[in-house]
Write a protein that binds this ligand. Structure first.
Ligand code: FES
Length: 64
């Protein structure tokens, strides 16, 4: 998977999100995981325009 910036406001890349998920243990609830990823990477804490993109990425990583 090539790396790219997902959140322009906070300069958070695909790899940053992937790394934030590596040690995540409650991988059932996408919205809970989203909140944690947000805290770790600060993605989607600016304009919020990347919200859906971040959610999509989290879901696809969670589904393997
Ligand atoms: S692009 Fe992510 S908060 Fe603005």
């Amino acid at each position: 998977m090539e790396n790219y910036i997902v959140c322009n406001c906070k300069q958070v890349s695909y790899t940053d999100i992937e790394r934030a998920l590596v040690n995540h243990n409650k991988m059932e609830d996408v919205l809970e995981v989203f909140k944690d990823v947000q805290q770790i990477t600060h993605c989607s804490t600016g304009c919020g325009g990347c919200h859906d993109k971040v959610l999509d990425i989290i879901s696809s990583i969670m589904m393997g």
